[in-house]
Design a protein. Sequence first.
Length: 276
Amino acid sequence: MFRLLLSIAVAAGLTVAPASADEVGAYTSGLCRFGNQWVVSGNWDGTGGDGVGIVQETDAGLEWFLRNEPGSGAVDINLKFGAKGEFPMVGDWDGKNGDGVAAVKTSGKDLRWQLRNTLTTGPADSSFTFGTSSDLPVTGDWDGKDGDGVGAWRISGNNIQWHIRNSANAGSPTSIFSFGAKTDRPATGDWDGKNGDGVGTSHRGTGMDWQLRDSANAGSPNKSFTFGDGKTDCALTGDWDGDGKDSVGIVRVLDGRQWQLRNPLSGGAADYTFTF
C-alpha cells in the first residue's frame, strides 16, 4: 500500500526523499520519485517528442537510464552524473540537439546547479548558484528562445512564488511572480506550442488536478482538468507525440513502474500505458 510523502523545502535545506520503493516523494511535477528511483522525461535524441527515464540513486551517485520513446523497451542511453542526495534535472542548456542533464544541491544558503550538455558520463560543463537552499528547482524555456533557463520556487504565504531566469547561469531572476497555492506542486511546459514554456500546478485531491497557464507569469489558468490518481501517482510533463506541445502524465507502482501519458490537455484515458 502506498504512503504519500509530499515533501517541501524547509529553511534548513531540502527535505530527504523517501526510502521505501512504494513511497511517493513529490517535489514538482517532473521532479518525483519512488524510493530511490526518480522519474524523468526529456528530448534525449533531439528529434520528435520526449522520451522517458529513470534515475537510480545509490551511494555511488545518480545513474540515468533513458529511453528515446514513451514506451517499454531497452534503455537507449545510460550515464552517470550527479551525487547521492542531489536532484536530477533536465533541460536544453545549450540550445542544441536536445536535452542535457543537471544535478542540483544545496550549497550553504544557495542552490548550486551543475549542468552537462551531453548525455554521457563526465564532469559538469557549467556550475553556478541560483535560488536559495530553501527553494526547489524548476526549468523551462521561459522566453521561447534557444535553450532552457532555470528557476526556483518557494512557498510564500498561501502561494507558490516563482523566481525564473531566462538563461542557465548565475544572476538575478528575470521575473518573480506567484502562481498556485501552497498545497500544489509546480509544473512547466509549452502547453500551447507558442512562445516557450508556461507554468502550472498539479494538486493531489480526489484525483490529480492540473491547472496550467500558457505564459510564465501571474494570472488565471488557461486549462484546468483532472488526470491521474491524487494519492499514489508521480506527476510529470512532456511532448509525448512530438506535436510541439507539452502535455501531462503520471507514473505509479503497478507491476513495476507503470507510466500513463496523455496527449490532449484534458481529462480522459491515457494515450500511452506501459511499464519502464
